[in-house]
Design a protein around this ligand. Structure first.
Ligand code: SIN
Length: 302
């Protein structure tokens, strides 16, 4: 398996590596695009999963970065139990949660909302020292149309950079700041501001701990500055990288139905929710799986 990156007039900017030929035994995996996203069927998340189903879902997530399930009539307990198969659960530093369940974040917008969640490209809570590994969102009430979520592969965004840009970014770190994002953000839900919000320094290129692949790890939502270079250079570079990562070539777009679930890997994916459905209502619950400290494997020259 090889990712070819061509230059000049020599073909596409980014060529996706070939999908794995090894068939799945229990689940069905239908890709949305060659680059990112797959819909998973033949699995009922309201029932305990077998070890093999669990393993195949892990594999599908690794291979596709974001996976989708349809028509899953799960309870809140099932949702939590599914999340726990992938690790400890993360508690959001600011967002409102379902009554009595701090690990379950509310996703809600209606005609009176001043804002909706996730309208800027981001990787969830990347301002944490240990940002979440993944997020599992179920939408339980959909608007009649609209309210899609877009997902972008940061492996593809990294791969499509020139070798010179990759070299330049190697070893650089950036600040991810929760303060400008979260302060005052959930006032309409009655959430009081905290004294401080998380802030962290992470590598600009992140090596995925499972796949070993490199991903671009800066996002418009949280990243405020690349360190070790002049501020004007950081501003210019972030502007370029934010624009670069929004190339539709790296994206898929998910159209929700009631009881759909999306499970994305925050280590290599950014997402953006469309609030194009006003004055309608969209409601969901999100479980977020805890993650580890982002690192860059400087030994691998790719
Ligand atoms: C989010 O988790 O950022 C919200 C995503 C969505 O509502 O589609």
């Amino acid at each position: 398996m090889q990712t070819n990156q061509l230059k000049g007039n020599n073909g596409p900017r980014y060529r996706q590596e070939q999908a794995s030929e090894i068939p799945y035994e229990l689940i069905k995996v239908k890709k949305l695009t060659p680059v990112i996203g797959a819909e998973i069927s033949q699995v009922d998340l309201s029932k305990p999963l077998s070890k093999l189903q669990e393993k195949e879902i892990h594999r599908a997530l690794s291979e596709n970065q974001v996976i989708f399930f349809r028509d899953q009539k799960i309870s809140k307990e099932d949702h939590i139990a599914f999340g726990r198969l992938f690790g400890d659960l993360h508690i959001h530093p600011s967002a409102p949660h379902v009554d009595g369940i701090p690990e379950m974040m509310k996703i809600y917008a209606d005609k009176d909302s001043p804002r909706a969640n996730g309208e800027v490209w981001h990787s969830d809570v990347s301002c944490d020292l240990l940002p979440p590994m993944g997020s599992i969102l179920q939408i339980i009430q959909c608007p009649p149309y609209g309210g899609d979520t877009l997902f972008a592969s940061m492996y593809a965004a990294y791969e499509a950079l020139s070798d010179r840009m990759k070299m330049y970014l190697r070893g650089l770190t950036a600040i991810h700041d929760g303060e400008p994002v979260y302060r005052g953000m959930y006032k309409n839900f009655g959430v009081q501001d905290k004294e401080t919000y998380p802030r962290a320094e992470h590598p600009v290129i992140r090596t995925h701990p499972i796949t070993g692949k490199n991903a671009l790890y800066i996002n418009k939502g949280f990243t405020t500055q690349i360190l070790g270079i002049p501020i004007d250079e950081s501003d210019g570079l972030l502007t370029y990288l934010f624009e670069h990562m929004e190339n539709p070539l790296f994206q898929c777009r998910f159209r929700w139905e009631e009881n759909s679930i999306a499970f994305w890997d925050n280590r290599c994916v950014q997402h953006r929710a469309m609030w194009d459905y006003w004055p309608h209502t969209r409601v969901g619950n999100r479980i977020t799986v805890a993650g580890d400290k982002p690192f860059f494997n400087a030994i691998d020259p790719s």
